[in-house]
Structure formats: structure tokens, C-alpha cells
Design a protein around this ligand. Structure first.
Ligand code: MCN
Length: 759
């Protein structure tokens, strides 16, 4: 039995090849000159002194990008706005043209013989700016008289999107016995993968091939994006990567720096390498969340939910990333109304551009925005009604027998057992014993709070029309799987091998996974939306079954029998009723090409859900909050690898806890990022989440052959509201009525202090 994951040895022994580990003969090195102001016109750029510096090979600016005919970085959204409006897509160049719109925007690329020479020469570039007023908050950007970022985006609003039924919601609110309202801020965070962004670009002139080694979550999507910018067919682009040090959503899209480095490589006829710094991660990686949400709940006298209304004000940053508008529209409303049986729901989202780093998908990708406002709203209702928050939820769940269940935004949940999941979680978390634990905390002078969330999310969206995979055999007995999803921490190498091994009977250790390779390419969707297992894993399983079928004829030839007389069981082809057999592994060693397959299919959304229960303790003297215990009970359908799933939930919960307790990206009024390093931006540590337990409540889905639902983001979607509800529950004992993330010691202390002063 395999211990741990197939990839662990390689990772732990330093044999992983990350993006910055790649080198090509004759490569030069790039350094980016970035805007140091948030909003300004570029009056002039003087690169002559830089070009005279030793070792400098080239300096390219926005003019060179324009002269080379590079197109805007792409963005699209598959829905229409209010009144049928299209998303406004302002031009996003690889290097700033005429104007800069956020601090950190790349303005020039310097290429030299060494990293130091490029960085040194960058100091000699003189840029004359004409300063413009900046706007950093979405609501300010949407207000009358705000500084305008683009001539073709009136009022800074790129999209005004609605979903649900406005009239039905208004009618429900009209007959409500009680209305509960909440406004919450889902704060801005920086993704911060372990490996800062890096790339190595190489133009193969003989074949007109653009080869980009880059941090990616999937080669196929990035290839299409880069091809679009370069104005070439996708077959003229290759994206290459082995290890990528984390993705979390912010490695999904093409970045301006990758396009500019590619242009530099083509211009110079030499490979060009760029390795970003942590400061550049803070300034110029896609950032996330930053959505102010208003939620309203209409209830009847018995605590039944009659209707809901939501309003989202979304900060998209200075330019549109391909995933930004998607996650803030579809990503929010594909689980509109959560696990509750309510049809009268209306939601509106206004997406604004501001002078801050562009915003995109980050673990959860829209769903934590929905779950956060909704699950806090339900808790607020329980508080105002004086009701047990579990009982209020139970009273309003979609019934186990109501599936398929169409929600107000038109999406259809296929399965779930929300009440059963809640029950299991409450038992495991010793719900009844809370009063005693609170008392024990009080004796120590601590405020103990408990928070609950019963979340649901949609996993499985994918832009590409199909997911292709290869299962290829070699004469040495190895099996190579090729997948469109890039594995950057999720354990695909292990789980895909498990799936294929269980069908073929080939040992897992013989199976290897290739995802973004120079010579191997498959069409399909990147890792994202927690869809890899349910979608690509399912295609892998079908591909393996196809191998078995293909092998039947090969086995018949080998065993000199008719194909219809061959049976396959436990990895062996056998002539029925005889002891004449050959293993699939042996057959594939002899006939690797005949046994190999390319297979494609596409599987869509699933709706993983769960119940998370958190308990926190707060020290009122210091404001420090500690997670005393955390119980995650998740329905991920059938689970392929329990250890990996537990790890994914742990990671997600810790990421949620990071946002709730510490992380916060802050821009000042002038558009300077004041939290631009780990000195000012508090990353969560492993010890942040104490006594975390992960249990399963699986309800298999019928929507894919594995019966699996996604799990990679569930921990975040469940934990943001559960933890914040727990913090507020603790603070209410001391008279605090309203509180929002982050629950940093200073903010908690201030809230307690204000409540004491008020009392
Ligand atoms: N799995 C399983 N049984 C299930 C569901 C999943 O065994 N029922 C396994 C899968 O086989 C896979 C893992 O759990 O090994 C996660 O699977 P899945 O839910 O399909 O999610 P993805 O593999 O598509 O991963 C994407 C998801 C997202 S969107 C982000 S963001 C994220 C995350 O996963 N980024 C991560 N987890 C991350 N983990 C690490 N270490 N690094 C990141 O960048």
C-alpha cells in the first residue's frame, strides 16, 4: 500500500523542478520597471542611459508592444448584464501605454546578460509622469465625480449584473413579518503562493513557435490566452511547467510580464528569463475578494425564509483579468441562496475598476463571497429572533428529497443532505457541551464564541469545450498520463494514478503524470473551480476503461483466441473458462502503441456542501483571538483519496482563517499599497487552527462517473462565515453588536474597548 502521495518523495527531497529552476542555453535576464504611482499619464520615457549600461541588450516599453502588434490581454464573461449589456473590456497592454493605472504596473522591460545588470540599468530609466487623482475603493469609483480610469468605461462600471427574480423578492419582502439586514466586507487579500511568479520565454524562429515556461494552473488555457495576445494560432504557442509552487487561482491567467518577456525573446532571438520577487507578488500578482455585500432576509412569523436580496459592490482593480468578472458574477450566483429552500431571491452586482492591482480568482472564487454574506445573515437573523442558529437553518433547508432543485438563478443542485450533514457535525462538535466550555473559558477571563456555517458551492465550471487525456504505455512498463489540469499541490499525480491503476491493475508507481510539456499537449480546462477530479479524473477513468476495451483485441491476438472469448478481471485478460491469460501490464509492454489512447469528454457542475462549526476564545485584555476547535463536515461525494481530501480541507480552512484573523491588503488614498511585504501583511501559520477535525458526509452525485464532487475550495467557503460568526458570538457577550473581518488583535481590542466605553 502506498504511503503518502506519489509526488511526496520528489518534493521533500528537493527534486522538484519549479519554474525558476528552468534554464536554456544563451538565456538573457529580464527586470521590470514598474509604475510607482497609482494613476498618471506617461509624458515621456527616456531609456537611452539604460541602454548604455554594461551588459544591457534591450529595453522595451509600451511603444514597442504596440509596434509589435500585441493585442490586449483577454477577458470575457459568458453572461449578459442588466438590460442585455455586454461587459466593457478596456484595453490592457503588456506594458503601460500612455497611462499607468496602478502602483506596480509594468512600464518597461530591461533585458541584460545578468539579473544584476538588468536591475541596475532599470535605475537609469527616466519616466516623466503627469499625476492624476486616484480612486481605490469600488464604491468611491462608482460615485459621481470619481476620477475616471478609462474613456470607454463611463462611471468606472464595467458590468452591472443581476440574477434571480426582482419582482418575486419584492413581493416576499412586502409580506414579511420581519426583515433582517447585514452589510459585510469581504476584505482584499494577496494570494501569495510559495513560488513568486517567474517565466522563461523562448522563440523558436525555425518553427515560429513561442515557448513559455511559466507558473500556470493549466497549459491549454494559458496557451489560448497568450496566442490571443501575440496574434498567432494556438498551435504556435507552448506552455511548459513541471512544479509550480502553488496556484490558488492567481496562476490561472496570462500576465503582462509573460507577454512582454515573450516579445523580448523574439526581438533578441535569445531566451529571456524573469524571476519575480516577493515584493512583485504583492504589487503585481492578481489580488482577490474586496467585495462589499449587502444581504437582506425576509422571514415569516415562524422563522421561515420568504425571500432574500443581495447587493455586491466589486473592486476589479485597474484592469480586467479573464477570471475577475466571471467569479464576481457567475461565481457568486451559482449557489445563490445557499442551502435554503427560497425561490424569491434577487441579486445585483456592480463591478468597478479602481487604481489597484487587478483582481481575479482566489481559492473559492466568488463562492466565499456568497457564503460569507448569506451565512452571516442567517446567524444575524437567529440572533435577532433569539433562536438557536442550527434550528433556524434546519427549519429552512432544502429537503433531501427535493433534488434536482432549481435555485432562483437557474442553476440546479443535484444532490445533498443538508440536515443530515448538520446533525453529524453537531454531534461530532459536541454542540450540547458548548455552554460548559463557554463557562470554563469565562473562568479564565476569556470570551468563547461558537459559529456555524452550512455552505454550498458550485464546482466544475470550465471554459474549454472538452477535457482530453492521454493514457500512453511504454515498453519499459511505465504508463504516462497526460492531463490538461496542472498539479500544483493538489495531489493529482496520486489520485489520477489511483483511478487508472484501479481500472487497469497496473501498479501506481508505474504511472506518471504530465501536464504542461513541450511535446505533449491536450485540450482542456486548467486546474480551477475544484473540478480536476470530478471532470478530468472522470475522463481518466473512462480513458482507462477504453484501454481495457482496446486491449481485448490485442490480448485475443496474443492468446490466439477470438476477442469475444476474452474476459478482463483484476488486471488480467483471460480466455474464458481456461487458465490461459496475460496481464494488461505485460500486454502493454509488448504492444505499447496499440494499447495507448487519447480520450475526451466533459463533466459539469457539482455542488459540494457541508457544515463547519468553529469555537474561538478571545482574550479581552489583548484582543487576541484563538481558534479553540474547528469541525469540518463535508459532502464531497465519493472520495478517491481521503488523506488528500483532508489535506485540502485543512489548507482551505487555514486560508479562510488567515483572511478572518490577519490578512489584509491595504491601499492608501493615493493608491500606494501599504501592506507590501510580510512585515505588514500577516500570513496564516499552521498553528492558527487548533483542534481541526475533518469528517465526511458523502452524498454521491450522478453527474459524473466517479460520483465525486469537488473539494479543493470547500474549506475556504465554509470557514469564512463559520469563523466570523464565532468571533461575533464571543464579542456579543461583551456588548459588541457589529464586527467584521479581519479579527486582528487590535481591531478586536478596539471593538471591545468601544463597547465598554459605550456601556
Ligand atoms: N479529491 C478526492 N475526492 C473527491 C474530491 C477531490 O480524492 N471527491 C482529490 C482530488 O483527486 C485532488 C484533490 O482532492 O487530488 C483536490 O481535488 P479537486 O477538488 O478536484 O480540486 P482541484 O484538484 O481542481 O484543485 C483546485 C482547487 C482550487 S480551485 C484551488 S484555488 C486550490 C486548491 O484546489 N489551490 C491549491 N487546493 C490547493 N492546494 C494546494 N496545495 N495548492 C494550491 O494552489
Amino acid at each position: 500500500m502506498l504511503k503518502g502521495r506519489l509526488e511526496d518523495d520528489r518534493m521533500l527531497m528537493g527534486r522538484g523542478r519549479y519554474v525558476s529552476d528552468w534554464n536554456l542555453p544563451g538565456q538573457a535576464y529580464a527586470h521590470f520597471v514598474r509604475s510607482d504611482r497609482a494613476h498618471a499619464e506617461i509624458a515621456s520615457i527616456d531609456v537611452s542611459a539604460a541602454l548604455d549600461r554594461p551588459g544591457v541588450l534591450a529595453v522595451l516599453t509600451g511603444k514597442d508592444v504596440s509596434a509589435a502588434g500585441l493585442k490586449s490581454l483577454p477577458c470575457a464573461v459568458p453572461v449578459k448584464g442588466r438590460g442585455g449589456a455586454e461587459l466593457l473590456k478596456p484595453h490592457r497592454p503588456a506594458l503601460a501605454q500612455d497611462k499607468v493605472r496602478f502602483v506596480g504596473e509594468p512600464v518597461a522591460i530591461v533585458v541584460a546578460e545578468t539579473v544584476a545588470a538588468a536591475a541596475d540599468a532599470a535605475e537609469s530609466i527616466f519616466i516623466e509622469y503627469r499625476e492624476l487623482p486616484a480612486v481605490v475603493r469600488a464604491d468611491d469609483a462608482l460615485a459621481d465625480g470619481a476620477p475616471q480610469l478609462f474613456d470607454d468605461v463611463p462611471g468606472n462600471c464595467v458590468f452591472d449584473f443581476e440574477a434571480g427574480d426582482e419582482k418575486a423578492a419584492a413581493e416576499a419582502f412586502g409580506r414579511a413579518a420581519r426583515v433582517v439586514r447585514i452589510a459585510v466586507d469581504n476584505t482584499r487579500v494577496v494570494g501569495n503562493p510559495m513560488e513568486p511568479r517567474a517565466c522563461l520565454a523562448h522563440y523558436d524562429a525555425a518553427n515560429h513557435m513561442n515557448v513559455l515556461y511559466a507558473c500556470t494552473q493549466g497549459a491549454a488555457g494559458m496557451r489560448t490566452q497568450l496566442a490571443g495576445v501575440l496574434g498567432v494560432g494556438p498551435e504556435k504557442v507552448r506552455i511548459v511547467a513541471e512544479e509550480v509552487g502553488g496556484g490558488f487561482g492567481v496562476r490561472f491567467n496570462i500576465y503582462p510580464e509573460y507577454c512582454a518577456t515573450m516579445l523580448a525573446a523574439k526581438t533578441l532571438g535569445r531566451p529571456v528569463k524573469w524571476v519575480g520577487s516577493r515584493s512583485e507578488v504583492f504589487l503585481s500578482d492578481e489580488q482577490a475578494r474586496d467585495v462589499v455585500s449587502v444581504g437582506e432576509l425576509a422571514l415569516d412569523a415562524s422563522g421561515r425564509f420568504l425571500g432574500m436580496r443581495f447587493g455586491f459592490t466589486v473592486n476589479l482593480g485597474a484592469y480586467l483579468c479573464p477570471t475577475g468578472p466571471f467569479i464576481n458574477t457567475v461565481g457568486i450566483i451559482n449557489a445563490l441562496g445557499g442551502v435554503y429552500d427560497v425561490k424569491a431571491i434577487y441579486s445585483r452586482a456592480r463591478l468597478a475598476v479602481t487604481n489597484t492591482a487587478p483582481m481575479a480568482a482566489y481559492r473559492g472564487a466568488g463562492r466565499p463571497v456568497m457564503s460569507y454574506v448569506l451565512e452571516r445573515l442567517v446567524d444575524q437573523a437567529a440572533f435577532e429572533l433569539g433562536m438557536d442558529p442550527a434550528e433556524l437553518r434546519r427549519r429552512n433547508f432544502i429537503d433531501e428529497n427535493a433534488f434536482p432543485y432549481r435555485i432562483a438563478s437557474g442553476y440546479e443542485y443535484d444532490s445533498g443532505d443538508f440536515a443530515g450533514c448538520l446533525e453529524r457535525a453537531m454531534q461530532a462538535a459536541d454542540w450540547r457541551g458548548f455552554a460548559a466550555r463557554r463557562e470554563a473559558s469565562a473562568k479564565k477571563g476569556r470570551l468563547r464564541g461558537r459559529g456555524l456555517s452550512t455552505y454550498i458551492e458550485a464546482t466544475g465550471a470550465g471554459f474549454a469545450p472538452v477535457d482530453q487525456v492521454d493514457v500512453r504505455f511504454a515498453s519499459d512498463g511505465t504508463v504516462t498520463l497526460v492531463a490538461p489540469t496542472h498539479n500544483h499541490g493538489q495531489g493529482h499525480e496520486t489520485t489520477y494514478a489511483q483511478i487508472v491503476s484501479s481500472v487497469l491493475g497496473v501498479q501506481m508507481e508505474q504511472i506518471r503524470l504530465r501536464t504542461a510539456h513541450q511535446d505533449e499537449f491536450v485540450v482542456g480546462n486548467a486546474t480551477g473551480g475544484s473540478r480536476s477530479l470530478l471532470a478530468v479524473g472522470s475522463v481518466m477513468q473512462l480513458a482507462a476503461k477504453e484501454v481495457v476495451e482496446k486491449g481485448r483485441q490485442v490480448a485475443a491476438d496474443e492468446l490466439e483466441a477470438a476477442a469475444q472469448d476474452i474476459e478482463f478481471r483484476d488486471g488480467q485478460y483471460r480466455i474464458q473458462g481456461t487458465d490461459r491469460a496475460i496481464s494488461l501490464a505485460a500486454l502493454a509492454r509488448k504492444h505499447p502503441a496499440r494499447m495507448s489512447v487519447r480520450y475526451e469528454n466533459k463533466f459539469g457542475s457539482t455542488f459540494p456542501n457541508g457544515c463547519h462549526i468553529a469555537e474561538v476564545e478571545i482574550d479581552p485584555e489583548t484582543g487576541e483571538a484563538e481558534i479553540a476547535s474547528y469541525l469540518a463536515c463535508d459532502d464531497a461525494g465519493n472520495v478517491i483519496n481521503h488523506q488528500i481530501v483532508e489535506g485540502q480541507v485543512q489548507g482551505g480552512v487555514t486560508q479562510g482563517a488567515g483572511q478572518v484573523f490577519a490578512e489584509l491588503a491595504v491601499y492608501d488614498e493615493s493608491g500606494q499599497l501599504v501592506t507590501g511585504s510580510f512585515m505588514d501583511y500577516a500570513m496564516p501559520r499552521a498553528v492558527l487552527v487548533n483542534n481541526l477535525r475533518v469528517i465526511e458526509h458523502p452524498v454521491p452525485t450522478q453527474s459524473n462517473p466517479l460520483g465525486a464532487k469537488g473539494v479543493g475550495e470547500a474549506g475556504v467557503t465554509g470557514s469564512l462565515p463559520a469563523l466570523m460568526n464565532a468571533v461575533l458570538d464571543a464579542l456579543r457577550q461583551a456588548g459588541v453588536e457589529e464586527f467584521d473581518m479581519p479579527a486582528s488583535p487590535h481591531r478586536v481590542w478596539k471593538a471591545l474597548h468601544a463597547a465598554r466605553a459605550g456601556a
